[in-house]
Design a protein around this ligand. Structure first.
Ligand code: SF4
Length: 234
């Protein structure tokens, strides 16, 4: 309980409960639930999550990975962020290579995966049609982003997965003017915000075409880790 306001103090549990029960954006509520009922044929025997997807990982993480939104048949199916689609497979393999997790695969909410010094979240918590939330939906969901970053008190580096995640991070931390987005671009940490490290999003559009290679992504994670170390031990 907050002694000054009399309101319950925020917590990861409270935030997760508020996220998974949110129905603020009518278009997204309709879409996520419709997808969960209709299903993709290859997942017809699975029960879809069909709700907003909270962040996941090590609550004491120094490195936070910020993406766009759940995929309709990925996290909207499994209930864990970036889990159940090719982008997520790619991301979680990279986290494992970097020593930031205990296993290379993320398959379901109960698969035993643990992240180490890393936290993964999406700026918008419901799967949007065509992966495109509206500005109003983006803004509605930002309150959860603010609360999540307030709880992630050890965060010293945010790896922004794609321009949407980068813009969300800049808005949240009040970084303006915003340097142009590009793979490997770093916004140094200041007294008021952690460092930001930009990466192309690990979408199939980027990974299948070679625009983003494993080596490029590993280098971004190495950069983020090295910045986190320098901030932690300076
Ligand atoms: Fe709620 Fe965010 Fe989903 Fe909108 S996108 S319904 S604000 S969880």
């Amino acid at each position: 309980m907050n002694e000054r306001t009399g309101q319950p103090s925020d917590s990861f549990e409270l935030l997760e409960s508020d996220i998974v029960n949110c129905r603020s954006c009518q278009r997204l509520v309709t879409w996520r639930e419709q997808v969960a009922v209709e299903k993709r044929a290859s997942y017809r025997d699975e029960e879809y999550w069909g709700r907003p997807v909270p962040g996941f990982g090590d609550r004491a993480a120094r490195i936070v990975f910020l993406g766009l939104a759940p995929a309709a048949h990925g996290a909207n199916r499994t209930g864990r962020v970036f889990t159940g689609d090719r982008s997520g497979d790619w991301l979680f393999r990279a986290l494992y290579r970097a020593g930031l997790s205990n296993q290379a695969e993320s398959l379901s909410r109960n698969d035993g995966l643990e992240l180490l010094d890393a936290w993964v979240l999406a700026a918008v918590r419901c799967a949007p049609p065509a992966n495109k939330p509206t500005t109003q939906e983006r803004d509605a969901c930002e309150t959860f982003l603010h609360r999540e970053f307030s709880l992630l008190t050890n965060c010293s580096v945010v790896v922004c997965l794609g321009a949407f995640g980068y813009q969300a991070a800049c808005r949240h931390f009040g970084i303006s003017p915003r340097p142009a987005f590009g793979h490997g671009v770093v916004v140094p940490a200041s007294d008021s915000h952690p460092a930001l490290v930009c990466s192309f999003h690990p979408s199939q559009q980027n990974t299948f075409t070679g625009r983003l290679t494993e080596q490029m992504f590993d280098e971004v994670i190495e950069k983020a880790t090295s910045i986190a170390d320098s901030l932690t031990f300076s």
